[in-house]
Design a protein around this ligand. Structure first.
Ligand code: IVH
Length: 674
């Protein structure tokens, strides 16, 4: 490459990197994987070194991203939030060790090795032991104030435990979403025709930046803390001490870190981390290696972008090339069409992968993915395999662009796209694919839990014409079922018994099973708890629905629209006629009273008689609900000793505050005696 070509490529890389950083940090919808981004960044750094032109100081390869977005207050960090140098190679890790060994005159160096959490960087400030603020990294100097959403994280305490804390401390960590929560929310998004998030990190980033706190409160975030950015008084001398302090203060911390001497032991620890990280609650994409001694850290110093005393060793995402034989289209419960890549089976991250999601039509078009292409498939950690790119050199000569169907592949109805949605859907509610999915969902473990009525059985019964709606489940005839195969007597009787038992399933299971858009199991439980009968729920007005904590306009409208729909009214009538009578367990069975049913509690401060988890379990068992933040809809704030800002807020909003004694008095008898 000559100098002119290099200049062009450098310009192009800078523009591309800038665009990818905006997609990753600001919009939480990256188009390329971290590995691809790192490779571009590396290419730029190498070119800049080989062809310097004096403008590299502020080049994108030297700057951190910027996540600041419209609508948030900007706050300055007391100490900058830096990024880390990355490597994928053992030899570069060893070179890092050698640089430090040289600097410190070959004295044995202690390192800490900890997981590199694939989350959203956050700085949380505690003043006088009280949580006051949470700020995103932003541009490293100042970030967005996301206190309102971070406050909702149930594991982040309002107050630090113990009394050994500095006046002001900025604690650094990552916000993440568990895989389970990610799946729950993405399923709902897909059903609602919204673009699904690619991985938990992107969904966590999108959630932290929600301006609608009610919506944020319906998504569960978690946080893990691992560092100290600023501390008003020196309280620890080592990174390992910071981990100890974080734990001592009752803050969520990494499951494991290693304190080791020398780079050989660092390498061994990285191997151990790689073997165990699959069991962590959060996704990890590498190890962070830090000098343990804080005085040594200061001496080693930093470059403009990253400290010299730390490095991130990234685990390579597992990738493989394979041939995409065919694109199939799946039709979901609400008619959403999802393209799926049918692949030549390939070994990836210990499993055989033969299908990968292609997300949606837009995404396929952007990547120009065609049948017959050789594609690169990546499985980053535990995330669903995805097609990363196409190997154009191997594209067959006769290849043609993929044409997304304009008619439903199941029922031939013309597909439609609603404004603002990326998904195309089949608008025919009687589409056999939708019918199958609706019945499967209704019978699933998470809903009515009808054993024996899984995918294959539903398929068979729908194609026989015996099931056209969920109501038909309760009209299945023994003599028909017996014709399905030989020696099916026992399984038929088991299935009929399971169906019969489901008539009195708990109300929330039934409500979840109806498949109302946006109503997952948590909202279904809220509805069941609040209305306590199907009739009351079906007749509820929008205002009453909006009064349920955590219910916003969209959810309330979806519920109302569902019960207003004449076809759904007929369906419910038929179910009731067939003996379906969902039940609600007596609230008082748990030792509770009317004081709890339909009420929202916020716990703050330290309670003497029980831990927060115990108190939460008791309240829920008695029919109440526990929330992490105080609003006008809060029924009671239970204030223990050292209650913090939630108490102030309750007083400001005029929410009733209970002492622990008053709280205990809500039970007819002491909850501890039950
Ligand atoms: S230390 C000055 N430790 O990774 C040192 N960062 O790619 C700053 N990250 O900006 C960071 N896990 O957002 C550190 N155990 C860990 C980490 C970690 C994840 C993030 C952090 C950082 C980014 C760099």
């Amino acid at each position: 490459m000559n100098a002119a070509e290099a200049r062009l490529r450098i310009e192009e890389l800078r523009r591309e990197l800038e665009r990818h950083r905006a997609l990753y940090y600001r919009e939480a919808r990256p188009e390329i994987s971290d590995t691809e981004y790192d490779a571009l960044e590396r290419e730029l750094a190498e070119l800049e070194q080989a062809f310097p032109d004096g403008s590299t100081e502020d080049s994108p390869s030297r700057v951190v991203g910027d996540d600041r977005t419209e609508g948030f207050e900007t706050r300055r960090h007391r100490a900058p939030m830096q990024s880390l140098d990355n490597t994928y190679s053992e030899s570069e890790l060893r070179a890092f060790g050698q640089r430090l060994a040289k600097l410190f005159g070959d004295v044995p160096l202690s390192y800490v090795v900890e997981p590199k959490i694939d989350g959203v960087a956050v700085s949380v400030t505690y003043e006088q032991g009280r949580f006051v603020r949470a700020v995103t990294r932003g541009n490293g100097i100042e970030g967005d104030d996301v206190t309102a959403n971070v406050r909702l994280i149930p594991t982040l305490p309002e107050r630090l435990a113990g009394d050994d804390h500095p006046d002001v401390v900025e604690i650094r960590g990552e916000i993440y979403m568990t895989l389970q929560e990610f799946r729950r929310l993405n399923t709902a998004r897909q059903e609602a025709g919204l673009e699904v998030f690619r991985n938990p990190r992107n969904l966590a980033a999108g959630t932290v930046k929600l301006l609608d706190t009610a919506e944020a409160s319906r998504r569960r975030l978690d946080v893990v803390l691992y560092g100290m950015g600023f501390c008003s008084s020196p309280i620890v001398a080592a990174q390992s001490g910071i981990h100890d302090k974080i734990r001592e203060w009752g803050l969520p911390t990494v499951e494991k870190f290693w304190r080791v001497e020398g780079i050989d032991a660092v390498w061994t620890a990285i191997g151990e981390l790689d073997r165990m990280r699959g069991g962590f609650a959060y996704a990890t994409d590498g190890a962070v290696v830090k000098l343990d001694d804080l005085a040594q850290q200061r001496e080693a110093g930093s470059t403009a972008k990253a400290p010299r005393w730390a490095i991130a060793y990234k685990f390579a995402a597992e990738r493989a090339e394979t041939v995409l034989r065919r694109v199939t289209i799946q039709v979901g419960r609400t008619g959403v069409l999802t393209p799926v890549a049918e692949l030549d089976p390939v070994q990836l991250a210990g499993t055989t992968v033969s299908r990968a999601t292609l997300h949606n039509h837009d995404e396929m078009r952007r990547k120009d993915i065609r049948e017959g292409d050789t594609v690169l498939v990546e499985k980053a950690g535990e995330i669903i395999p995805a097609v990363v790119s196409v190997n154009l050199a191997l594209r067959p000569g006769e290849s043609v662009p993929y044409v997304f169907p304009t008619a439903c592949p199941e029922c031939a109805t013309s597909v439609v796209q609603s404004p603002g949605e990326v998904a195309w859907r089949c608008p025919n509610p009687d589409c056999p694919a939708q019918v199958r999915r609706r019945i499967e969902h209704f019978a699933s473990k998470a809903c009515m839990d009808i054993e024996g009525l899984g995918e294959a059985m539903v398929d068979a019964l729908v194609s026989k014409g015996w099931l056209r709606s969920i109501a038909d489940v309760y009209r299945l005839r023994r003599e028909d079922l017996l014709t399905l195969g030989k020696s099916v007597e026992r399984s038929t009787d088991n299935l009929l018994a399971a169906i019969s038992a489901s008539r009195t399933a708990e109300l929330w299971r039934f409500v979840h099973g109806l498949g109302i858009p946006g109503i997952g199991s948590t909202s279904a439980k809220d509805l069941a708890r609040h209305f306590r009968s199907l009739a009351a729920l079906a007749g509820a007005g929008e205002a009453e629905l909006l009064a349920i904590p955590g219910f916003g306009e969209k959810t309330a409208m979806a519920v109302r629209a569902f019960f207003n729909e004449p076809a759904n009214q007929i369906l419910i009538e038929r179910l009731v006629d067939l003996g379906v009578a969902p039940t609600v367990p007596e609230a008082s069975a748990g030792g509770g009273s009317e004081a709890f049913v339909g009420r929202t509690f916020v716990l703050t401060g330290t309670l003497q008689r029980f831990t927060r988890d115990e108190a939460t379990a008791r309240i829920e068992a008695a029919g109440g609900r526990v929330s992490g933040s105080v609003s006008k809809k809060t029924s009671f704030v239970v204030a223990g000793s050292d209650a913090g800002s939630k108490l102030d807020k309750a007083q400001k909003l005029g929410v009733r505050v209970l002492t622990e004694e008053e709280f205990l008095a809500l039970w007819p008898e002491s909850p501890q005696s039950s």
